[in-house]
Design a protein around this ligand. Sequence first.
Ligand SMILES: Cc1cc2nc3c(=O)[nH]c(=O)nc-3n(C[C@H](O)[C@H](O)[C@H](O)COP(=O)(O)OP(=O)(O)OC[C@H]3O[C@@H](n4cnc5c(N)ncnc54)[C@H](O)[C@@H]3O)c2cc1C
Length: 434
Amino acid sequence: MGSTIIRNWDRTRSWRPRATYHPVDETGAAEVVRQGAEQGRPLKPVGGALSWSDAPAISADAMRFDRMARIVEIDAGRKRVRVQAGARLSSVNQALAQHGLALDNFGSIVMQTVGGYLGTGSHGTGGRTPILASSVTHLRLIDGLGEVHELDDAHEPELFSAARVHLGCLGVVTEVTFQCVDAFDLEERLELVDLETALADLDRIVDDNDYVKLWWLPYTNEVQVYRFNRTDRPRTRKTFNERLDASGVSSIAFAGLMALSRTFPGITPRMNRSAQKISFKPRVRIDRSDRIIRYAGSIPRHQEAEYAIPRERAATAIDEVRRAVLAADYRVNFPMEIRFVAADDIPMSPVSGRDSCFVGAYVGSRRWAGPYFADFEALMADHDGRPHWGKSFSRTPQELRDLYPRYDDFDALRRRCDPEGVFRNSFVDRVFPA
Ligand SMILES: Cc1cc2nc3c(=O)[nH]c(=O)nc-3n(C[C@H](O)[C@H](O)[C@H](O)COP(=O)(O)OP(=O)(O)OC[C@H]3O[C@@H](n4cnc5c(N)ncnc54)[C@H](O)[C@@H]3O)c2cc1C
């Protein structure tokens, strides 16, 4: 137990817990939950605290999982991995690669804990690939009374289904089993495509490739289209630019440019165009699947809001955001990211019941984040956008209820799992008001 300050990734939120628990096993974690329930003291499970939203906000005690971060078992025959909830995705990927296996799902970073990644419904990209939570086959969860539930399709299936995207409010996740696939390599093709052409061609771009993401640097006319496809061809050697990215030099340079644009907002359009010319040249490279879609270097601190909209609305919605940015007083000095995810059946998953496009509005300025995200969220609302739970959003409970057909079922389950409100915090209060 300790009580140091906990800050989120972009340092816009910080909390000083009354006590921070670091249990070494499930029994110890359950005992802490039981005490919280008996004494009416809130307890927040916290993963990497990477979320921009207040999902991990701590109002009294915190529980962290640095001592529950083991890869418990790899079943090569069934292609499954069982991990403790505090394991970082980086160590899961590494362990799987050593056994010729992989997760078929790749976000931009691998620093998240398994418990936190699932909790916010975090996602990668690929029109045929759902979010990682869809690959979960078993979960162990301590409810708000300290009872342990072993969950899968056959045991408490309703709770199992919901707990895959648990929003940190059903209980403490202690262990997760994922269905994996055989390890594979991907070829990345990066091309600069005229933005209007890319939007007109979006469906084909997504359907013709295993994984796709697009980055648009505002005020430029071209969009960076990244296509990723499985390959057996030899891995490529790292180029000078890739080495610069990996060393962190590019990130420092970009962070410097972002600081300059905050001081001299007028230079942002020119700065973005120069950055595109210098850093985003067409290229082809081949590497292990989990190493190629994620960002290789360190990422300069910035703010993010991201929404999942029905895939068929993507081109229209992206064009509307582009127009709003061009007409605005604020400046946007970070790429907008566009990814695609297949539908699932998880109650509070942002892609529940619909193939989706995730539109990410990112900006390296706290001052510009306010007006940018307000415009962005208004546009996303017009397209029935569902917010990423781990990023900035301001949807009301009624709006969320309208967006999620099983919102009431989840809330009822939440009340059953946590009758004393041990896991409530500002996030839970604003998503499911009492
Ligand atoms: C630089 C950067 C890049 C990112 N890239 C992506 C991306 O590509 N795709 C994407 O979808 N998201 C992305 N995110 C968002 C990120 O995936 C989510 O915010 C994720 O939840 C962070 O994981 P974490 O371990 O830090 O969880 P935290 O932020 O600590 O917690 C998230 C939620 O999970 C709960 N929680 C954590 N552990 C447990 C547990 N063991 N049991 C019960 N509840 C728990 C917390 O209470 C909280 O509600 C990115 C974030 C950053 C900072």
